[in-house]
Design a protein around this ligand. Structure first.
Ligand SMILES: [Cu+2]
Length: 188
């Protein structure tokens, strides 16, 4: 269900916009109501502000577009869809999360080869977050029980030992819910 949202860049872009449209509506409502409804005398001379108002609005809209366009390639659904569309063979892995461990069909991968993590939770809400050996987070998936598997494609660039952690509080031993992924140097 709703697979198109997760498997294409346009789906991800649509979701992104859906989340931001309410904020845009509220923002514009406030700006324009203030400008046309509140006609009480103001201490500020209108003309001195008016010429800046549209410049600020244009700047805000420009920044909104630039930041979104520049960062959309880091959106997991987008890099996932790009990897799927690139035609390169993808290694499929199943991940079953359960209190408080992971059961992965493979834990050793080759650098440079895309891996599709097909993850699900078998009991409560869990996270599946993968950390680079230097400690920064690469991606995280929220696994909700009962909705089946969700998937994400990731290509590891460097060999090393990557840490897997749960980032959704899932009970008493949540802090111990972790595992490892080994990435070996590219053979080719
Ligand atoms: Cu947890």
């Amino acid at each position: 269900m709703l697979d198109f949202v997760y498997q294409s860049g346009w789906g991800a872009f649509g979701v992104l916009l859906l989340f931001q449209i309410p904020f845009l509506v509220v923002f514009l409502t406030i700006v324009f109501r203030k400008a046309y409804v509140n006609t009480a005398p103001s201490a500020i001379s209108d003309s001195s502000v008016a010429r800046w108002r549209s410049s600020w609005l244009a700047l805000a809209i420009a920044l909104f577009l630039i930041i979104n366009l520049a960062s959309i390639k880091f959106f997991p659904a987008v890099y996932s869809a790009r990897a799927a569309a690139s035609g390169v063979a993808v290694t499929d892995v199943t991940v079953d999360a359960q209190s408080w461990y992971y059961d992965m069909s493979a834990q050793e991968f080759e650098a440079g080869k895309p891996v599709r993590f097909n993850a699900q939770s078998l009991d409560t809400v869990h996270g599946f977050a993968v950390y680079h050996p230097d400690g920064h987070i690469l991606f995280t998936m929220m696994l909700i029980p009962g909705v089946g598997r969700s998937s994400l494609i990731y290509t590891f660039d460097e060999p090393g030992t990557y840490k897997v952690r749960c980032l959704e509080y899932c009970g008493m031993s949540h802090h111990e819910m972790s595992d490892e992924i080994i990435v070996t140097a590219s053979a080719s």
